[in-house]
Design a protein around this ligand. Sequence first.
Ligand code: URA
Length: 244
Amino acid sequence: MSKELERLQKRIANSGYTSRRKAETLIVEGKVKVNGTVTDELGTKVKPSDVIEVEGIKLEQEDKLYILFYKPSQVITSVSDDKGRTVVTDYFKELDTRIYPVGRLDYDTSGLLLLTNDGEFTNLMTHPRYKIQKKYVAKLKGYLMREEVKALEKGIMLEDGLTQPAIVKVKNQDKEKNTTLVEITIAEGRNRQVRRMFEHFGHTISKLQRIEFGPLNLKGLNAGEGRVMTPHEVKTIRHMAENG
Ligand code: URA
């Protein structure tokens, strides 16, 4: 079941109105409305935004929570891991709301990751149609050539298609160590995309960090720390996604 969909009886029970069994009875008795319509089917699934009324009483909607997290490297972007490794939600165990990562960063990538209990917000941020720009800083093996930068700025052909134009800024080239420090901004979010873009030219990435997500950055946070986003930040980033 999609993460944001929930069985009606579970939603009623989670609201604290009554037990799940009593909720089932109320549903089949026709005492529950979803968005104003009586719904007496036990299998019904509801979205967080659906308005539920039980015996004429509206259930409280769960408060929406948006968190900006500085993900450390060696942490899985998931809510659980079958190998027992640390996952991003381990940092938010004290919350009484279940939150989920918005998109993902690789195990070895550190940096800015959003988490929320708002499934619609997640869709908006991760849908390919909405182009939120994400800035990464990467440390590469080898010397990044001018032609390679130009190609990345134009778009290169990867196995899953042509990349959209990227913004690339070489910050430092270390001739002795044969490494390049580079910032790259992309609006897409394909699997391991930044790594694959540089590997295309034979440069492996020894360190990758996401430093910006739209208008958001990591200011004031250390690795492993998070903060609640302000309503203004949520509004701004929503607007950016919707309007390009
Ligand atoms: N691109 C990658 O290759 N890895 C990430 O974690 C994010 C973007």
